[in-house]
Design a protein around this ligand. Structure first.
Ligand code: ATP
Ligand code: MG
Length: 361
């Protein structure tokens, strides 16, 4: 009875704008990292999405793409320029929202990690925000009928927020599992002194889950105190778990503290599926000019390998993710970067430099 050999199958969704430049760049560095780590190659499955899919399939996110994704382990999603789609496509839920909803990707995982020489506000920042993606004041109107915003009169607007035990348990579990692979500390962010019932429930359910992880240190802060702490002491945090709106705000703050939103990665996941996605948009102003910085897509792909490592109990993938991250950091430290970071490398030159750095590591 030999060990099961995984041949991972990963989706490739190029998307719009700079997507067809940065997504293949990420594929190249993942291939290099897997080879260097001694892992068999993954199978890449390219699927239509975005403006091209509207032309070829009549939908920005064709049913055939969703069906194919269901059979894959995980995928890389390029950015989409959905404001440029012709109607009725522009008014529909956009491609990433469509995929998140279809697969119930409830966890938005947003790391903030300072790159050496990367203009961080707090050096050595290395934290991950685990943001609940379906509830709070941004509750999906289709999931929780009757929540969201409404106006009883033209001069009064009301927003409901929703927190449930089930959604809080699953996001807290995600955070504590992640903490076990890292610095073993989780910070719960809430506002339980004012929003006593909603964020109070969030806090108490997170603490219940914490009791199952005696090896992980836990603390908690009100959202306002948390912003004050982060701006000077971001390096003291490891995993931060919070509800939807607080997570939205904190992840922009943390991204900028770590250097720049422009290199910020993310993964959206459920227990069974994960999607790597750069935090930035499709940058149509620089598309097709070989100028785009692929770092956010690279680091999102490294996160995806980490997620796959945990999901499949395959530490080799964690090694590959480390090599990918180190290859990116070593390349920037050695003075090679794209124009947005003050360098002069093209997307393809930067990609080749990262591949070379991975092979030389
Ligand atoms: P969206 O609504 O899709 O998030 P946005 O309006 O926030 O889009 P982006 O597409 O993120 O805009 O672009 C904002 C600016 O940052 C643009 O000038 C763009 O060229 C630049 N930019 C974004 N991503 C990159 C990248 N990977 N490399 C270089 N420049 C980028
Ligand atoms: Mg944007």
């Amino acid at each position: 009875t030999g060990t099961r050999v995984h041949a991972y199958r990963l989706g490739v969704l190029l998307g719009d704008g700079i997507g067809p430049e940065i997504v293949p760049s990420a594929v190249a560095v993942v291939d290099a990292a897997l080879e260097r780590a001694g892992v068999e190659p993954v199978e890449w499955v390219e699927l239509p999405l975005g403006a091209d899919a509207i032309d070829s399939h009549g939908a920005h996110t064709p049913e055939s793409t969703l069906d194919a994704l269901a059979g894959l382990d995980a995928w890389l999603l390029g950015p989409h320029d959905s404001v440029a789609y012709p109607e009725p496509h522009r008014s529909q839920l956009n491609p990433s929202g469509t995929i998140r909803k279809h697969f119930g990707l409830f966890a938005n995982i947003r790391p903030a990690k300072a790159l050496p020489g990367g203009n961080a506000v707090v050096d050595n920042t290395d934290l991950i925000i685990v943001r609940e993606n379906t509830e709070g004041f941004y509750a999906d109107r289709n999931t929780h009928a009757g929540t969201g915003e409404f106006m009883p009169t033209p001069d009064v607007a009301i927003a409901h927020g929703i927190i449930t035990r089930a959604a809080t348990e699953r996001i807290a579990t995600t955070a504590f599992e992640l903490a076990r692979t890292r610095g073993k500390k989780v910070t719960i962010v809430h506002k339980a002194n004012v929003l006593k019932l909603t964020t109070g429930l969030f806090r108490s359910v997170c603490l219940e889950i914490a009791a199952r992880y005696p090896d992980v240190t836990v603390d908690d802060f009100h959202i306002d105190a948390m912003t004050m702490k982060l701006v000077r002491k971001a390096d003291e945090f490891d995993v931060i778990v919070t509800e939807n709106m607080f997570g939205d705000i904190l992840s922009d703050l943390a991204g900028e503290i770590a250097g720049s939103l422009g290199i910020a990665p993310s993964v959206n996941s459920s227990a069974t599926h994960a999607m790597a996605q750069a935090a930035h948009g499709s940058a149509p102003d620089i598309a097709d000019r070989n100028l785009a910085n692929p770092i956010a897509m690279h680091l999102s792909s490294a996160m995806l390998l980490d997620w796959l490592a945990t999901r499949n109990d395959d530490e080799r993938l964690r090694g590959a993710a480390k090599r990918l991250e180190q290859g990116v950091a070593a390349t920037v430290t050695a003075g090679t970067s794209t124009r947005d970071l003050g360098g002069s490398a093209s997307t393809t030159e930067f990609t080749e430099a990262v591949v070379a750095a991975i092979h030389a590591s």
